[in-house]
Structure formats: C-alpha cells, structure tokens
Design a protein around this ligand. Structure first.
Ligand code: PCA
Length: 322
C-alpha cells in the first residue's frame, strides 16, 4: 500500500488547515504519458494558482507511490489526502461502482457523460460513507479487444490467458471462456513481454502508450463501454480547508473534468490511427464476434442490476430520463 511515511505527514499538515505551503500527496495508478495524468497535473496546477500557492498537490503517477489497488483505501484512511483511480476496480467494495463497465450500456462519450451524471449523486453518497469526497471524473476512450491473432468468434480464443483490469473485465473473460489474468496497467508491459497473456481489453490510448504492436496484431474496436477515472479526496482533508480552499478544489475539478473529456474525445480517433499506422489490424468486430460479445453484455447487465439493487435501479432510471 503506502510506501512513504511522508504521505501521512502531509495529510497531518493539511488537517491543521490550509495554511501557507500545505502539500497534499496524490497517488494515481496510470501512466505518466497518459492524458489522464496530464489532466491530473493540470488540476493540481489549477489548485495551486487558485489558492495562491497555499495548497500544493504533489502527483505520484503510475502506481509509483501507492499501487492502483491500494489508492482508494489510502485516501479513505488519510494515509494520503487525495488520489485518482478507476472506481470500477472497487466493485468488491460496492457493486454499483461497476456501473461504467457494463458492456454496451454506454458506448460513446456522449452516453458515458449522461450515465456518469445519472450515477454521480449515488456515487457521492456511497463514497461519503467511506469518508471520501468525489471531485471529478474523466473517461478513457471506448474499450476494445486486443489479440495476438485474428478472432472471428469467441470460440477461437477459448482458454486464452487474457489480461483484465477490474471485476467486470475478469467476468467478461470468464464468460468468453478465457483465462483472466489480473494486471495493473503499471505491470502491463512486463506481462505482455513475458507472453503470459495473448489478449486484453482496453482503449486505443492504452494500446498506443504501451506500444502493443510489438505483441498484438489485432484491435477489435468494439466500443463496448467507456470506463472512467475518478479523483476523490479524504473527507477530513477536504473539510479541513477554508471556504476558499474548497472552492478552489471544486473549480479546479470542474475545469479538469471538462478539459479531460475534451482531450479524450480529441485523442481517441488519433490513437486508433496510430495503431493502424504501426501495422495493426484495427476494425470493428465481425458479425459472429459482435453477436458473442452482445450475449455476454446482456448477461453482465443482468448480473450488475441484481448486484447493484435499488441504487442500480435508481441510476438506470436517471439515465433513461437524460
Ligand atoms: N486503460 C486502463 C483502464 C481503461 C483503459 O482504457 C487499463 O487498461 O488499465
């Protein structure tokens, strides 16, 4: 989990109030080269400018300070003040968190935006029970399937070791008859290089930033869902700020969300073209593969609805009304 005692010290400072030169430590799980991290840094800079330098946010990207799986917990306990992570990686804390990883529920940036706005009040409530204040969310590009061989239908990949990044992707692999291999993004390069997996699900962004053309030949652009990163802050740290500090965090969060969403929209097609330029076959899934994936999506929607109960129903109703 947390590797540096300095993180705890930083929160302790913050708890004392946002005096001059407070520093919040912010672990994130994703690459330095990703637009997600670029936007986190933009957010941190906006907070610094807005608070006239009284609150600095020190970003530690790529799971370098706290590994992806430990970030939410580290912020809850106050080991660090603030962090960024896929909430869907915490569906075992609460199945509602998987709402953005249900295949074919929201497959475009527009529908992902509507789904997020529908879910936001519930997510805020759940997270506040964990002493977390939800600040903003930025989408990844739509998810597709990388393989080291052509795939016409899922039967072609039966038994294949397949890299997964959350419960939903593990379930997808299982329903597809593949063998899920949970791998944090920070460990993806090693797992690909070792040949331990021969396929995975992710975005065009992640394929590009991890040079997957060295290992994978095909990207089936299924646009199956649009997972999102979330930035959340420890409730005591947030409440320890004065009004101006809280306003700065909220304004910077709004700015970062709009900027991040714009970046995602703008870059997503470019990443696809870069994969193709490196010699990968980039295409939508063929008819049989699409039908197989559609069946899995229907099963996963039913499973998520059953697990998410009333909160899930509430989100779906709000989504339908948008
Ligand atoms: N990249 C991250 C999460 C979703 C995405 O597009 C990953 O593969 O872990």
């Amino acid at each position: 989990m947390t590797r540096l005692p300095v993180a705890a010290a930083a929160v302790a400072l913050t708890m004392a109030g946002a005096g001059a030169d407070d520093t919040w430590i912010m672990p994130t799980a994703y690459d330095e080269s990703s637009y997600q991290t670029e936007i986190v840094r933009t957010f941190a800079e906006a907070v610094r400018v807005c608070t006239a330098g009284r609150l600095a946010i020190e970003v530690h990207a790529g799971g370098s300070l706290v590994s992806g799986g430990g970030i939410k917990r580290a912020v809850e306990t106050g080991d660090v003040a603030i962090g960024e992570r896929l909430l869907s990686a915490h569906a075992d804390d609460n199945p509602v968190f998987a709402y953005d990883s249900v295949p074919f529920l929201a497959t475009s940036f527009d529908s992902s935006e509507r789904l997020w706005q529908a879910a936001r009040p519930i997510l805020e409530e759940i997270l506040s029970d964990d002493n977390l204040v939800l600040l903003y969310s930025v989408p990844w590009p739509p998810q597709g399937l990388y393989f080291s061989q052509p795939v016409e239908r899922l039967a072609d990949v039966a038994g294949m070791p397949f890299r997964t990044y959350n419960e939903a992707t593990a379930r997808l692999a299982e329903l597809a008859g593949m063998e899920p291999v949970h791998t944090e993004l920070a460990d993806l390069d090693g797992v690909l290089a070792s040949g331990r997996v021969r396929g995975f699900v992710s975005s065009s962004e992640t394929g590009y930033n991890h040079r997957v053309w060295d290992h994978m030949t095909h990207f089936y652009d299924a646009a199956a869902w649009v997972p999102r990163n979330y930035v959340f802050v420890n409730g005591d740290a947030f409440n320890g700020l004065d009004d101006q500090g809280r306003n700065c965090l909220r304004s910077a969060a709004h700015f970062a969300e709009v900027a991040g969403t714009t970046r995602a929209r703008e870059l997503s097609g470019w990443y696809l073209s870069r994969l193709a330029a490196r010699g990968m076959i980039v295409a939508p899934p063929g008819e049989a593969l699409a039908a197989d994936l559609g069946r899995i999506g229907a099963v996963m929607f039913d499973e998520w609805s059953a697990a998410a109960g009333e909160d899930g129903e509430w989100i779906m109703e709000a989504f339908a009304g948008r």
